[in-house]
Design a protein around this ligand. Structure first.
Ligand SMILES: Cc1cc2nc3c(=O)[nH]c(=O)nc-3n(C[C@H](O)[C@H](O)[C@H](O)COP(=O)(O)OP(=O)(O)OC[C@H]3O[C@@H](n4cnc5c(N)ncnc54)[C@H](O)[C@@H]3O)c2cc1C
Length: 459
């Protein structure tokens, strides 16, 4: 095909694969979306090569689907049959690290884990962490504005980003790599590309912020009498450990019971409590941290905010607490299939929202198996339901939940993005005026609609 030959001539035939030479993994992502064979897989090695590819695709009117580590859960990196899949995997260098300024410059194809390791080697840490760290790429993390484990302390990818280099659909390069926090020079263009799921430009490099690595951690398992105790306890923890509450994971009873059963683990307390929170705080000295945590939790119990609490006396006990929370790794084994919903709501409303959703599930599918859990401290609630237990009616489940998200003023996607999967429901979280503004931005930056078409919304 003409465009593929032109790309091979421009950047070298070793950068281009077609037909059966395209590895199967580039046909879909982790979401389980149906695989699609793209026209070609192109794997450039530099920003100049990305620019040349986009210029040629623009001239030939051929769509381009950027691909990172393909761990996305919304189908956003699945190629079209008429599109070039553009993988950033060969642009994977951590280019430089400035320990004094706590910044790092990286190519978009580096894995999240490579960035974390580079930071750790200098006594620093990167603020974003998630289960797919070994495979997902910084470009994909930026394009999805990934969240994960550290959000309570550091925010999402957006908050870690000082600068970006982006190639637009016509091949022009935006060199927005200035490593300063303060830069009020008109529109903050880089923010447009964070969370845009590859629909506005291809991210090629980034300047990221780093943070001092903590010397000590302390974890506790806390039983709560009701949902309202969760924000109350979190507020107390934030007041006593300002900027140092690293985790506040809330689990409804159904989640705890299921996790213990699946993993054959023991309950931390004798009695069954309606909610459990896994709390982690960081600081300089482990013994002092544990003492301070004991104080806060003791007071919370005295005031009825906590029903019971136990502080991990060792790292292995802390890991045992985390194992209960990480039952999510077991979901694909025990549910057929798991239907994962990832929503966010004003924090105080999460308890009532969960009640309303559960009542609606009970009414329609009396034997449904659903788990409610979430980061909660950052307003994120996950609901996972066994597809078999609702007779495969995943669409109806989504309709019920997203209607409630709209009623409660929440978001249908806390961190996984819209991609293909949530496209039909975007209107539940975005007003017609917001959607019109999004379309206008898309039209301005990619008038031929060649970048990841059909994802997030249809034009
Ligand atoms: C086990 C597991 C745990 C997870 N946990 C979390 C979690 O806690 N929090 C969370 O937020 N997500 C989580 N995810 C989802 C996923 O890992 C994230 O969305 C991740 O940021 C995707 O990165 P990726 O490189 O795999 O991107 P891909 O899946 O390859 O692509 C995702 C989107 O980004 C675009 N894109 C990729 N690279 C670029 C680029 N260079 N320029 C422009 N656009 C680009 C693609 O076109 C697509 O729209 C998890 C996934 C798995 C499998």
């Amino acid at each position: 095909m003409e465009v593929i030959d032109a790309i091979a001539r421009a950047i070298g035939p070793d950068r281009v694969q077609t037909g059966d030479a395209i590895p199967a993994r580039h046909r879909t992502d982790w979401s389980g979306a149906a695989p699609v064979q793209p026209l070609a897989l192109v794997r450039p090695r530099s920003t100049e090569e990305v620019s040349a590819v986009l210029r040629l695709c623009s001239a030939h009117r051929v769509p381009v689907v950027p691909q990172g580590g393909l761990t996305g859960l919304a189908g956003a990196a699945v190629p079209g049959a008429d599109a070039i899949a553009l993988s950033l995997d060969r642009m994977n260098a951590v280019e430089s690290l400035d320990a004094a300024a706590a910044t790092l410059t990286v190519q978009a194809g580096a894995t999240l884990e490579a960035v974390q390791q580079a930071a750790t080697a200098h006594g620093l840490q990167f603020g974003v962490d998630l289960g797919a760290r070994g495979s997902c790429q910084i470009g994909g993390n930026l394009a999805t504005n990934a969240g994960g484990n550290g959000v309570l302390q550091f925010g999402m990818m957006r908050e870690q980003t000082l600068g970006l280099e982006v190639v637009l659909a016509d091949g022009s390069v935006l060199p927005m790599l200035r490593p300063m926090i303060k830069n009020n020079t008109g529109y903050d263009l880089k923010q447009l590309f964070i969370g845009a799921e590859g629909t506005l430009g291809v991210i090629t490099r980034a300047v990221l912020r780093l943070h001092p690595a903590p010397r000590a951690r302390a974890a506790a398992w806390v039983a709560l009498p009701d949902f309202d105790a969760a924000p109350a306890l979190l507020g107390r923890l934030q007041a006593h450990f300002p900027g140092a509450v690293a985790a506040f994971e809330l689990m409804w009873r159904d989640f705890v019971e299921t996790s213990l059963r699946w993993q054959k683990l023991r309950e931390p307390f004798e009695a069954a409590h309606p909610f459990a929170a896994l709390v982690e705080v960081v600081g300089r000295d482990e013994a002092a941290l544990r003492d301070a945590l004991e104080d806060v939790l003791g007071n919370a119990m005295a005031d009825g905010v906590a029903a019971d609490a136990t502080i991990a006396q060792s790292q292995s006990q802390a890991q045992a607490f985390w194992k209960i929370r990480e039952a999510t790794a077991e979901l694909p084994v025990h549910m057929h299939p798991p239907i994962n919903l990832d929503v966010s709501l004003p924090m105080r409303e999460i308890g009532r929202f969960a009640q309303v959703c559960r009542a609606a599930f009970d009414a329609r599918w009396p034997a449904h198996h659903s788990l409610f859990f979430g980061h909660v401290g950052d307003s994120n609630l996950h609901i996972t339901t066994d597809g078999q237990s609702i007779g495969g009616e995943a669409d109806e489940l989504e309709r019920i939940v997203y209607a409630q998200v709209a009623a409660f003023g929440g978001s249908i996607s806390a961190e996984h993005g819209i991609g293909l999967h949530k496209k039909p429901y975007l209107g539940a979280s975005r007003s017609p005026a917001e959607l019109a503004a999004m379309r206008a931005i898309r039209q301005a930056l990619d008038p031929l609609r060649l970048l990841n078409p059909g994802k997030v919304f249809d034009l």
